[in-house]
Structure formats: structure tokens, C-alpha cells
Design a protein around this ligand. Structure first.
Ligand SMILES: Cc1ncc(COP(=O)(O)O)c(CN)c1O
Length: 262
């Protein structure tokens, strides 16, 4: 395999030297992203309450369980990176991966949001909308959701081995099985990619679930329908690139996701 790669792609074969299977290759039967993590996070099981993570309102919706944070991270792959660039706030949607200890974010070396002041704090959020809470009164309307906010100063990953490991986590988080299927980054592509690691030490978690709050109040007598309108996100059928030659089918780790929930 290595010999073939060395001949076909002299620019990437070297990666096989250090692209070790740190993480077990997952099969389509088990998409739980948590399986990527070979060990338990060394971070405390209880999230710390800091000035940045303390909930001000609806405190019962908060959770201090690190397992809840991980479940929210496992359930999505797009986050919003909030960062101040040259005095201006920017909130950038971007994909992520994580290993229970760090969140990994990547982008072009030309990306301003990833090249901000190395000492500057950022805030990353991940949000899943689970439904709309329709109450009798407009005031009591709301959203059922699961969300996480992570605070910290990210670290630029420069060590090529760690960079590859982070990119693998990120790729496998969005598309389990794809790291071993697609061509891996070349030395040049790696150099063109910025990878940030943000510690998962300081984070807050909030979730809302259930019916509206005004079922037992005076508005209950209005005769207005109230309840939860659930929202579900599922994968569709793979759509082949129009430039794809005939005879190349989507691999099972892609085709098998059709109709599966996010
Ligand atoms: C994860 C998370 N952390 C913090 C907050 C802020 O909460 P509060 O307004 O109670 O401080 C929110 C708001 N929805 C949140 O979703």
C-alpha cells in the first residue's frame, strides 16, 4: 500500500509514516462520535462555574455535567467561533472536532478569525434546536434546545503529528470513515491549514426541553392550542458530483447515513 502510494502520490506518501491509527476506525453501525476518543478526558467531571460560565437566568436549564457537554459536541459538527479581530467582533460558523480535552477548529492560514491575537480569548458555541415551544401567550414562547459555550484562549497547533491528529478528529467528527477513504493532506496542504486547539476546561451547558410554561396559569383558559413543535435534522441521499465518472458508488460510511438523524 505504502509503495503504491509513494509512486502515485510522491507528495503525500510520507504521511503514512506518521499517520498512525491513534483512533480506532469506526464502522457505520456505530456512529457515536464518542468512540473516536481512545481514553477518558483528564478534565474534571464537573464543569467549573466561573464568571464567564455562570448562568444568570433559568438556572435550572444549566448543567455542570461534562458528559452533557460532550453529548452536545458529539451531536453536531458546526460551531460558531466568536472572536475579536482588530477590534471588531466576528462570529464565524465553522466545523469542529474534539477529543474530550480540546476542541479543534481549522481553516485557511489566510483566515483572519483564526489568526487573531494569540493571547485573545474566544467564545465558541454549539447549538441544537430541538423544537419550538408554542405557548398561549407570546411572552412564554420559546425554543427547546441543547447548547454549549466554551471559553478560552486557543492554541495554534504547529507540530505536524498533532496537526494531523486534530484534522483527523475534525474530519471523522463530520464524516466518520472519511479519513481512511479520502486522500489525506499533503505537506503543502498542511502548511496552508491553520489548526486551533481550544481547551474544553471552561464551558457552560444549557438545555430546554418540554412543554410551555403557561399551562397552569390564567392564560390556560384562553382555549389557544399550545405545545411543542419538534424539529429534526436528518441526512439525505448522497448526490454525486456531476463530474464523477460512472461506476463510483458512495462508500457505505456515506450511503449508510441516509435518513439517519444528525
Ligand atoms: C450554553 C449557554 N451558556 C450560557 C447562556 C447564557 O445564559 P444566561 O442568560 O442564563 O446567563 C446560554 C443562553 N441560552 C447558553 O445556551
Amino acid at each position: 500500500m505504502e509503495e503504491r502510494l509513494r509512486k502515485q502520490r510522491p507528495d503525500v506518501w510520507f504521511l503514512t509514516e506518521f499517520v498512525e491509527p491513534w483512533l480506532p476506525v469506526r464502522d457505520i453501525g456505530n456512529l457515536r462520535r464518542v468512540n473516536q476518543r481512545s481514553q477518558q478526558s483528564p478534565l474534571p467531571a464537573e464543569l467549573p462555574v466561573t464568571d464567564r460560565t455562570r448562568h444568570r437566568r433559568l438556572r435550572d436549564q444549566g448543567s455542570l455535567a461534562r458528559t452533557d457537554l460532550e453529548a452536545i459536541l458529539d451531536a453536531g459538527f458546526v460551531c460558531h467561533l466568536g472572536v475579536v479581530v482588530e477590534g471588531h467582533p466576528m462570529v464565524v460558523p465553522t466545523v469542529y472536532g474534539h477529543d474530550g480535552t480540546d476542541l479543534f477548529l481549522h481553516g485557511s492560514v489566510a483566515s483572519r478569525s483564526l489568526a487573531a491575537d494569540p493571547d485573545a480569548a474566544v467564545c465558541v458555541t454549539v447549538t441544537h434546536v430541538d423544537g419550538l415551544i408554542l405557548a398561549r401567550s407570546v411572552f412564554e414562547h420559546g425554543v427547546n434546545y441543547r447548547s454549549a459555550m466554551i471559553h478560552g484562549v486557543p492554541r495554534q497547533v504547529t507540530d505536524p503529528e498533532e496537526k494531523l491528529r486534530g484534522l483527523r478528529l475534525l474530519t471523522e467528527h463530520a464524516a466518520p470513515g472519511q479519513w481512511d477513504y479520502a486522500r489525506r493532506p499533503s505537506r503543502k496542504e498542511l502548511a496552508a491549514t491553520t489548526l486551533l486547539a481550544l481547551s474544553l476546561a471552561e464551558a457552560s451547558v444549557k438545555t430546554a426541553i418540554g412543554p410551555p410554561d403557561d399551562g397552569a396559569g390564567p392564560d390556560a383558559e384562553l382555549g389557544i392550542w399550545a405545545g411543542n413543535l419538534p424539529l429534526r435534522t436528518t441526512w439525505g441521499a448522497p448526490e454525486a458530483d456531476p463530474l464523477l465518472p460512472a461506476g463510483i458508488d458512495p462508500p457505505p460510511h456515506i450511503a449508510g447515513r441516509e435518513a439517519a438523524p444528525l
